[in-house]
Design a protein around this ligand. Sequence first.
Ligand code: ES4
Ligand code: ZN
Length: 318
Amino acid sequence: MDAALLPKAELHVHVEGTLEPELVVDLARRHGVVLPTTDPAALRAARRFTDLQSFLDQYYEAAELLRTEQDFHDLMAAYLVRAERAGVRRAEVFLDPQHHTERGVPLEAVFGGLSAAAAASPVSVDLVPCFLRHLGPDAALEALRTWLPHREHFVGVGLDSTEVGNPPAAYGPAYALAAAEGLHRTAHVGEEGTAADVAEALDTLGIERLDHGNHSLDDAEVVARLRDTGTPLTVCPLSNVALRVVDALEQHPLPAMLEAGLVVTVNSDDPAYFGGYVDDNYRALRDAVGLTDGQLTALALASFDASFAEPAAKDAWR
Ligand code: ES4
Ligand code: ZN
């Protein structure tokens, strides 16, 4: 058995980041949008990045092809077929509702399409809408208020998009409302941002998990806080290479994170853009970083522990 295919939870995947070039072509045809090329291979080859922002620009542009409930359904259905093949039993899936509602797509179409596909899959799925940093903290609080009438469709909130220049503390009020509503809380911090940003997020957001968190390692005090609180990091190795957060897989800090006693999980982030799904990330850690099958097995088990699911459900997945 390939340890990369062991039962696992995927805790850091953006549904818009699972939009494969083949579906881009299909959606463009559906909506009468003219693309520079309709060759999926050419579209795939153009998915090359120099940093987070260069990726986000392409990601938001492609996501504008998502317009109807059917589109969101088809996106999630395709991801879940691939995730099931990767051994995913549980997926906590990020989405960027603000990017869709600001284009006039109703929340009913976004949540309805994603939830319908999730309900039809053998994978256990919950949705985690994220606040878009580039739209600012007031928009985040307002967005959460518009999401709450759709509360049955999601279990938590996240924070994503452009990290540099958008520090976490300003999102405290949105996170406080999320906590008051009984929602789980996670945030992208320390991907391009610093260990000080991670400390600020821990101080002000009440987060239960940390997405990426790579730069935590730059400050021993921040590492100690994460270790002592058992705050899981959702790490995304192929993403980190594609966005140049790390120079090469061989230099990925995941072994150092384990060495420091941190709780770590392995995830794909935006698999249609970064060259692999979650099983590919596990494989990359084995082949390029030298993790043993025993270490991969421990990481897969840790992913269930770090999940927002109820403890009884976790036992059934392992
Ligand atoms: C993202 Cl890799 C990453 N970082 C921040 N925001 C994002 N949204 C989608 N992928
Ligand atoms: Zn992410």
